[in-house]
Ligand binder design. Structure first.
Ligand code: CP
Ligand code: NVA
Length: 303
């Protein structure tokens, strides 16, 4: 079994399904108040070079519930902010901690670090991927639908880290994924090529209506990700029409599930009424970050 959790494409279907099954078990235990201290005495080092609410809090609370401890280090308050390279910081942290989660820009930097590091490394978001979030998304869908593989998934908006991870998920799980982006904002071409070579049911389009037509799950994310703030204005123009709103929702299946990893820019990529509406499972999706990540931590770190 893989010791790091950097990309969904590094994992087999059986392994990812085992993580979802363990998530179900741990969520039940947590809800009924049954202790599940699988990582007693272990410490998770958390290295963040970008902002976070959900990822930081859910990993920290998750480690506590598993009987361990989490240590949060942000670039702004550590030597990283003064130029110490992440690969040095992370290598030092690995000598104190039993596992490391990193949120940063370069995916390659995380891969390089994981090569050097002898404790498990988890990707808490890079510019390329956000695998923990997509596992939480899949788990949330599984709470509403019997079989993840029989559904049609639609991504509307930016071909960003979330879209790339969804493409990997479509490849491993074997479901149909339609990705609608404006021209020039398509998902990573190497990720797409690998998925196509592996026979993924992946449809890329520039037409959100076509992508949403009859879909069981509609998913989106901000138009400008962390690190792209200066492109916000030009992106707002390019992405107009790529909004999940009540009109687009009408094109999907009547009981379509609406998802968003949050934080959302209400009125841009998604409207307020859809976030708060009956099709939205967005806040369960956020909660499930906790349960899924506990399963990932336990899978990687149990001795
Ligand atoms: N969805 C997500 O990763 O949220 P944060 O940026 O708040 O961690
Ligand atoms: N695509 C977004 C996801 C935030 C959770 C970003 O990278 O900023």
């Amino acid at each position: 079994m893989n010791k790091d959790f950097l990309a969904l494409s590094d994992w087999t279907l059986d392994d990812l399904e085992a993580i979802l099954a363990l998530t179900r078990e741990l969520k039940e235990k947590q809800k009924e108040g049954t202790p599940h201290k699988l990582l007693e005495g272990q410490t998770l080092g958390m290295i963040f070079e970008k902002s976070s609410t959900r990822t930081r809090v859910s990993f920290e609370v998750g480690m506590f519930q598993l009987g361990g401890h989490a240590l949060f280090l942000h670039s702004g308050t550590t030597q990283m902010g003064r130029g110490e390279p992440i690969k040095d910081t992370a290598r030092v942290m690995a000598r104190y901690c039993d596992g490391i989660i990193i949120r940063t820009y370069s995916h390659q930097a995380v891969e390089e670090f994981a090569e050097l590091c002898y404790v498990p490394v988890i990707n808490g978001l890079t510019d390329l991927y956000h695998p923990c979030q997509v596992m939480a998304d899949l788990f949330t869908v599984s709470e509403h639908r019997e079989n993840l593989r029989d559904l049609t998934y639609c991504w509307v908006g930016d071909g960003n880290n979330m879209a790339n991870s969804w493409i990997n998920a479509a490849t491993v799980f074997g479901f149909e994924l339609r990705v609608a982006t404006p021209k020039g904002y398509e998902p990573d071409s190497a990720v797409v090529a690998r998925a196509q070579q592996a026979g993924a049911q992946l449809i890329l389009t520039n037409d959100p209506r076509e992508a949403a037509s009859g879909a069981d799950v509609l998913n989106t994310d901000v138009w400008a990700s962390m690190g792209q703030e200066q492109e916000q204005q030009e992106r707002a123009q390019a992405f107009s029409g790529f909004q999940i709103n009540s009109e687009l929702l009408k094109a999907a299946a009547a009981d379509a599930l609406v998802m968003h990893c949050l934080p959302a820019h209400r009125g841009e990529e998604i409207t307020d009424d859809v976030i708060e509406g009956p099709n939205s499972i967005i806040f369960d999706e956020a909660e499930n970050r906790l349960h899924v990540q506990k399963a990932i931590l336990a899978t990687l770190m149990t001795r």
